[in-house]
Write a protein that binds this ligand. Structure first.
Ligand code: 5GP
Ligand code: ZN
Length: 139
């Protein structure tokens, strides 16, 4: 399934050009047009799923396997010093393109954006943490 209004679907069907570093029947991996670092790439499933809640479980599992493979390959080629994988769901979480994607972000010791993932802590009491834990428990 494709979404005619989706920019990543347009890339996948060839209507919008991209720098593609990998492609198979299920995925296309492209360089991000506004990269956070040299080599910043995006894993796109060829089917349109808006986010993690909607993606087929098997495709999600395959996407993570591909992320591992590409992280190893990119680290070797780029000689980067670390690596982030990121996946945003919903506007408040930073998602701007509503077609599931995994960011592959090579990190470098002297990189320009080395603060991107630093956040301040929220404080919770021990009682609040226990209540959150109970609320979230799947056991
Ligand atoms: P999000 O914020 O949704 O997690 O990430 C969307 C990413 O897609 C952004 O990093 C943005 O730079 C990238 N992006 C948006 N439009 C295009 C495009 O047309 N081509 C490519 N290659 N990347 C895009
Ligand atoms: Zn799409």
């Amino acid at each position: 399934m494709r979404d005619d209004n989706c920019i990543f679907c347009k890339i996948i069907n060839g209507a919008i050009p991209s720098n593609t570093i990998y492609e198979d029947d299920t995925f296309q991996v492209i360089l991000d047009v506004n990269p956070a670092s040299k080599g910043h790439a995006l894993i796109l499933p060829k089917e349109h799923y808006a986010n993690l809640y909607e993606i087929d479980e098997e495709v999600a599992a395959q996407a993570m396997k591909l992320a591992k493979k590409l992280a190893a390959h990119m680290t070797k080629v780029l000689n980067c010093d670390g690596f982030n994988i990121l996946q945003n769901n919903g506007e408040v979480a930073g998602q701007t393109v509503f077609h599931f994607h995994i960011h592959l972000v090579p990190r470098y010791k002297d990189g320009k954006n080395n603060d991107i993932l630093k956040w301040t802590h929220e404080e919770f009491t021990a009682e609040e943490l226990a209540a959150i834990c109970q609320e979230l428990s799947l056991a």
